[in-house]
Design a binder for this molecule. Sequence first.
Ligand SMILES: Cc1ncc(COP(=O)(O)O)c(C=O)c1O
Length: 486
Amino acid sequence: MMTDCCKDERKEEAPCPGLSARGALIAGGDNGMLEKGFDMYIRDPFDAEQNPQGILNFGTSENKLCYDLIQGRLTRPDINYLEPHLLQYSDVQGIKSFREEIAKFLTKYAKAPSALDPEHITVMNGCCSVFAALSTVLCDPGDGYLIPAPYYGGINSKTWLYGGMQPVHVPLFSEVTNKESRPFQLTIEKLETALHQAMEQGIRVRALILINPHNPLGDIYPAQLLKECLEFAHRYKLHVIMDEIYMLSVYGDTTFTSILSLDSLPDPDRTHFMWGFSKDFGMCGVRVGILYTRNNEVRKAINKLAVFHGCPGPVQYVLSQFLSDREWLDNVFFPTNRRRLKEAQNTLVDGLAEIGIPVFKSSGGLYIWADFRKFLKSQTFEAEMDLWWKLLQEKLLISPGKAFYCYEPGWFRLVFSDSIDKIYLCIQRLQDFLLHDNTDKSIPICSSCVKNEYPESDDEPCTNYMTTSMDDVSEGCSHMKKIAVF
Ligand SMILES: Cc1ncc(COP(=O)(O)O)c(C=O)c1O
């Protein structure tokens, strides 16, 4: 039995009664700005009829352009099937017939030189889970992974909550130097520099994470750079985690190269691919993502964790049928989706051009990366947050660059995969606010958004990154004329 004295001591020791130290750390993590914005949006969402003054959400990366097609296909009779085996426990790696269908699908659409093996696939409830499981089995707590910044900030929590990994940023800037042909360009030199700096700080770097097509830049890695990155990782025995969740949301004239399409990989055992249904099929609510890895040991470990991240049998059945309808995918869904994405992108880009907002030229993803720097009161992240917060008060939710660990304040990501009417309204609200002298309107900023430290992002409890001071971060801001625009 515990004495009173013991009870008191324990009370003093534990700031979060009932939680482990690890639990307290997780619970204590601050909610990021994207979450705050999203919370405000769901309490007051725009609806043309019911709530026309509500918040327009141009912050969340969802493809809303083809719900008519998806809904039509998912309600056809061939998909309406429920046998007892689908209600039972199934293979934790994913139902075999579903993995076979995914393997065939990816072989074709990722242009693999030979048939992909269904045994190399693990199905999970979304790519977030793939990140969480993969980081846990590839790294030990405290290990680092290289990641070019800006990047989809959600990766931080996914790799930290279970795996305890820390990002090592490879900062990219809009300034174009002699060695670079475009803004925010990744080079092997930058990877080398970040890796060596991390090593000097005593961080054991175990992996390189690449997102292709990129989020938030919408950029597509040229095949040559991709190969060089793989060679670089091989040289330093780094795992490569290749996130190709936007693989089929490509609509420009740039050629997309999946790592699955390469004839050979420098280090196949350390190269891991992920893709899911959330973006290319606009089904983020269905929660399905997959890992493809040829490494048997990694897969053995992943499959043990997969039991926590399973995908319901009936969903796997429905999606197998869905993927197998090649005629519909090739003749209806993909051409329509690409056309609508391009139209929506053009509409938003043209509207922003009228306001005088340049954008980064992109041909993949569901969003554009836009340069609002001339609308900042000062070239600081505080001013970026100020603008973001004021736009939210004007009922427009977009995502500030800080949420993506961008090293230059003033960049915002706007998701365009929504109806043309809403895009016009978004432009209208931006125009009303930015061009009609509202920028000095004094609106109190939410207290947790004004911290002038770099960077608190997305939904992150994690504050471990290779640090770059605020001054370093602001340094690259004076080269606006070199920005590529449409
Ligand atoms: C680059 C990237 N990877 C992964 C995810 C998460 O995907 P999922 O919905 O499959 O968990 C997202 C979601 O926004 C993303 O943008």
